[in-house]
Ligand binder design. Structure first.
Ligand SMILES: [Zn+2]
Length: 151
């Protein structure tokens, strides 16, 4: 079964990294009452730094570390994460939607000119929030971090 997460409001950075890896990860800075119940009931694993919250759910993982780098290691001790590399960078880091290949004409004017000329094939679009993504130095740095984690 596909692993899906819901991250508590203290775990925004970790949630972003889980999205980088391709995991469907709900994250909000603030949850309405019962929103977490709903997401856990649909089969998501709650990851939380709040013991009281995590203890409410069987399907939860408590993290103790403060720093994202350590949180990821802690998470990997609790659950086996072996995402296929083909799934990396397929999700919007902001809203969790799956990215699509961008239409060339739409991308023009929405990404820096140098990106448009060098990486036209690599430009992707989030259909939900309209953000564009493209390969570049930030992506290279992120891949390094993923490799440091042992992915
Ligand atoms: Zn988006």
């Amino acid at each position: 079964m596909e692993i899906k997460f819901i991250a508590d409001s203290m775990l925004g950075k970790l949630a972003k990294w889980l999205r980088v890896l391709g995991y469907d990860t709900i994250y909000r800075t603030c949850y309405r009452p019962h929103a977490i119940d709903m997401f856990v009931n649909e089969g998501r694993i709650l990851i939380s730094r709040q013991r009281e919250l995590a203890e409410k759910y069987e399907n939860s993982i408590i993290l103790h570390e403060n720093k994202t780098v350590k949180q990821m290691s802690e998470l990997r001790q609790a659950i086996e994460l072996a995402p296929e590399q083909s799934k990396w960078f397929c999700r919007c880091l902001v809203c969790n939607s799956l990215l699509q290949d961008a239409d060339e004409n739409d991308a023009l004017g929405n990404v820096p000119d140098y990106v448009f000329h060098q990486n036209i094939k690599g430009i992707r679009l989030c259909p939900s929030c309209g953000r564009y993504y493209w390969p570049g130095s930030h992506k290279t740095r992120m891949i390094k971090q993923l490799q440091n984690w042992g992915f």
